[in-house]
Design a protein around this ligand. Structure first.
Ligand code: NI
Length: 218
């Protein structure tokens, strides 16, 4: 095998030359080890790409494919919502506080936006499909005096939507055999292409929430 290392220009003493080559070889082997190491890390690193080709359009980890039913029986999906920004929220019609508070606030903030308030949708997804029919949800969202798209689906469809948004809900038994539902209280602001732009937290101030909505429709 040919010696890959170049001759030195000057003619140092044989000992110094041998020492210099030894140092050079060590450095080169070090570089080889580093490259091999990086290759191995790359080979065994977990695959972080989205699980399906359909999800490839979503660079963020929040938001993704879903398919649910509207009050009029039509199907609404992440694809049919594309083209207009939307604020999406998960809850249930019997919710005593978080849902009515949040939907009232969204209605109020939309009014504050004036004409720009028409530039985004408010979407409410019921995570209680065993109780809330699409028609029930339609009647419920009408109480807030602003257009709200109420959705739900089968347990499986609701779970898929909740998972796509990394949201959470859990039925909690109450006295008398009834139940309530703990659920994510944040509102997800999605841009016209269905990507997450920001989140309005439940305890966020109205000016801060309004600023986020202005950005959403801007
Ligand atoms: Ni609620």
């Amino acid at each position: 095998m040919a010696d890959p290392f170049p001759e030195l220009e000057d003619e140092p003493s044989p000992e110094r030359r041998a020492e210099g080559l030894k140092t050079l070889r060590l450095a080169l082997w070090g570089a080889v080890a580093l490259v091999v190491g990086i290759g191995l890390v790359a080979m065994f690193a977990p695959d972080r790409s989205p699980p399906s080709a359909g999800a490839a359009a979503y660079s963020d980890s929040i938001g993704g494919p879903f398919s649910l039913t509207a009050p009029d029986g039509s199907r609404v999906t992440d694809q049919t919502l594309k083209g207009t920004p939307f604020a999406i929220f998960f809850g249930f019609t019997r919710c005593p506080d978080v849902c009515p508070t949040t939907l009232s606030r969204m209605a109020q903030l939309r009014k504050q936006l004036g004409p720009d308030g028409d530039k985004f949708r408010i979407v409410f997804v019921s995570v209680d499909p065993g109780y809330d029919t699409p028609q029930d949800i339609g009647r419920y969202v009408e109480l807030f005096g602003t257009p709200i798209l109420g959705l739900t689906g089968t347990d499986k469809e609701v779970d898929a939507a909740v998972k796509a948004y990394r949201a959470f809900y859990q039925k909690v038994p109450t006295k008398g055999g009834d139940y309530t539902i703990d659920h994510t209280a944040s509102v997800y602001l999605m841009d016209a292409s269905g990507r997450l732009q920001s989140i309005i937290a439940y305890d966020e101030t109205n000016p801060s929430a309004l600023a986020k909505l202005k950005r959403l429709v801007g």
